[in-house]
Design a protein around this ligand. Sequence first.
Ligand code: S3P
Length: 419
Amino acid sequence: MPGDKSISHRALLLGGIASGETRVSGFLESADCLATMAALRALGVRITQPGSNEVIVRGAGADGLRASPAPLDMGNAGTAMRLSMGLLCGQPFSSTLVGDASLMQRPMERVATPLRLMGARIDTRDGRPPVVLHGGARLHGIDYPLPMASAQVKSALLLAGLGAAGTTRVTEPAPTRDHTERMFGGFGVAVHRDGATVALTGGQILRGADIRVPGDFSSAAFFIVAGCLAAPDGLTVQGVGVNPTRTGLLDMLRLMGGRISVRELPDALGPEPLADITIHASPLRGAVIPPELVPLAIDELPILFIAAACADGETVVTGAGELRVKESDRLAAMAEGLLALGVRCELLPDGIRIQGGRPGGGRIDSHGDHRIAMSFAIASLRASAPIEISDVANVGTSFPGFPALARAIGMRVEETGQP
Ligand code: S3P
């Protein structure tokens, strides 16, 4: 599996403000992570790529970043923009953050509001980018109960907390991915967790680290569902990060009758657990998905909906309103696509109800969302006729090798040259 996107972003950002060199192996060379890399370079960080999926970041140190001469373009990457808001809002210089058409529509007040409580001066346009971070703010720690389960907001506040006076405490309504907290340890930063609260004291100095990035569970998810649908002899996805804050999809699929085994690898990659995951096709049945699993599978719900569309009976997902503010409104985009394939489904305010069966063929608009495009590609394994998916260029934001790997497991994928 290609490297984890969330962890690749974080390795660059933490490496950028550390003292000394950070060596990253298994780095994901996707458009999103390259946007973070370009932004850091514009801020004066020296970064080289000595080999494929290898990166060396020569950290600027705590006070070493410089103003970018131009707005920082985060492309399609919400993680890059939101974490950079935390990283940059306490700098002596101002920064402007922009992105592509999708990112320019995404909510940024969820990060700007608590950062302002810490003393930052931030402008958004009706809550959306461009985001202007005014330099010279003096930050102080706050005690902040997160209104929504969001690792991006949590991570932004912790990054700002590094440069803040006193302690920054963030309390989560539900567990979310904890890669930032885990990676901080490797850079020599102490983070304390007490139940749902994570706390960090400002003024800590980061030391360069060796980061080995595990395979991306969110990319593996497409092949895990492919295995459930169409691999009677088994399919093994190798070298996947199995941080328990990411693997809710496995629990959901098992609830539906999925036959999945996880073999943890002994040579764990530092703080992140690693595994080979083997899947055997099995008849899936619909299920009521426990809402507490949703934040642990937030990026995997589109592909779960495909599993549900191919299962026997009804699947109900609730507590997933956050899907409406991802790269697209993923609830609406998935419902539209499922209906186009003849799958009966009903959109709920914070979820979806899907009547499983056998999808037909049809034309799907991915709405420029990588995970919508890849999910419907996997649906073809069970569909009665071809599926044509448009606007797929953004697959390269997270998984440039997806079409080749899909072919390698026996899928018939044609690229028409009209993304
Ligand atoms: C991410 C957190 C999640 C996820 C996104 C990556 C991260 O977003 O959907 O793809 O790297 O922290 P939210 O924090 O908005 O839930």
